[in-house]
Design a protein around this ligand. Sequence first.
Ligand code: ME8
Length: 515
Amino acid sequence: MPDKRPYYVTTAIAYPNGAPHIGHVYEAIATDAIARFHALDGRDVRFLTGTDEHGLKMAQTAAREGVKPFDWATKNAARFKEMDELYEISFDRFIRTTDKDHYAASQELWRRMKAAGDIYLGKYEGWYSVRDEAYFDESETVLGEDGTRKAPSGAPVEWVVEESYFFRLTDYQDRLLKLYADNPGFIGPDARRNEVLAFVKRGLQDLSISRTTFDWGVPVPDDPKHVMYVWVDALTNYITGAGFPDEGSELWRYWPADLHVIGKDIIRFHTVFWPAFLMSAGVELPKRVFAHGFLYNRGEKMSKSVGNVVDPFALADGYGVDAVRYFLLREVPFGQDGSYSHDAIVGRLNSDLANDLGNLAQRSLSMIARNCEGRAPRPGPFSEADAAMLASVDGLLAKARKAFEDLALHVALSSIWAVVAEANRYFAGQEPWALKKTDPERMATVLYVTAETVRQVAILAQPFMPTSSSKLLDLLAIPTEARDFAALADGGRLTPGVAFPAPQPVFPRFVEPAA
Ligand code: ME8
């Protein structure tokens, strides 16, 4: 029976203070693969992504550009959305934190935390990093060589003294530790979990959650000279996207979220502050927060100031959307840091895509076109080798499900490509081109088994490479309603006699442009 339960997955919402970079597209692609995987597996998926538009960083960048923060955000949010569309990100909503319903949700969350007695007025005196939009205890900062104080990220910090509302985070230490102990899967990967545990065990301080020295934010209910600290409203986006506070809404069935996908630098906000806010407001907690690693350009950290940000639009132009999607998810073990280079992507593109899968499909389909009247071959009895090949490809769904359960997306891909390699060995070993003269029936069986393997590989590759996979499925004349995971294994074997369109290469080799 298909599992039709709701599945709610989110990305972090990006600061649209500039153009998107490769880290943003990486997060979108990985989350999209997860969303598509569960949708193909029958789940009722909702996928939320968007932009985080308030805060001092946005206000300052807009001021430098000489435009209003909202206009600056609008311009860049459009670029993020274009990037998502270009990369086939299957989001259900692109939320902007300047959306009206998000103001209502944030203010309602605030009211509930206040009603719970967790918000009080005080005075903040301490360090703040605009780039990180984060407060730091002096012990966490370091004095740079230039004599200025820096956050752990290297961003400059400034001394802030202002009236501020505080959230009683101190009171949540035990409840948070219990949450982590009772739900070992709440924070992943383990390295991040250990980091958060150590942080919370050291003891928490109350959190400043409003600002008065600028007004680019969600006004605090009943005290509009304060705007909410940008992270309070930013985190709330996840429940805005599920219809909060209208708990009778159609969308509320998606809450609690199954998974928040974020980068490792923002784990504390998502696994300490966010669950504490929700506990305070009496809202259920998300089931899991998983932090992916950082991408570095040939090993170097990317940043706008270093000027080595890789433009996702240029990447898509250079290699193709599916090649970039495949490369990032195959090359970087999900949860670890990874690095990008031209040579590495071309290597993967030419070996895994053009040689391994592309050639397998092209060679078997062109033989079918020439020797089987361009129709799905009719197989004879299966030999041991045929049965072994089919058993391997039939076993992939279970492996892929396990890999997605563990959020080991790269493992799902390596299992699929191990079957592609096996299919290439099978094809070469069976020599269907030689069977053409000696045993045409046997040739038909080998071509059938190969094409059936390609069918299942293409179905399973859809979360990673939606466009190329669907081209492959078109070449096998698979109807759109037979492309989900229910059609894997004997849920939908290739039907003998079905006419195929003329075969075309799906994964061209990358050829270096002339210098
Ligand atoms: O943090 N490699 O926004 P953001 C991989 N607005 N991932 C990276 C990366 C890199 N080089 N650089 C950034 C914010 N990211 C907040 C989030 S959520 C309620 C608010 C990831 O635009 C980063 O870890 O700085 C985060 O998950 C996402 O990109 C957006 O980063």
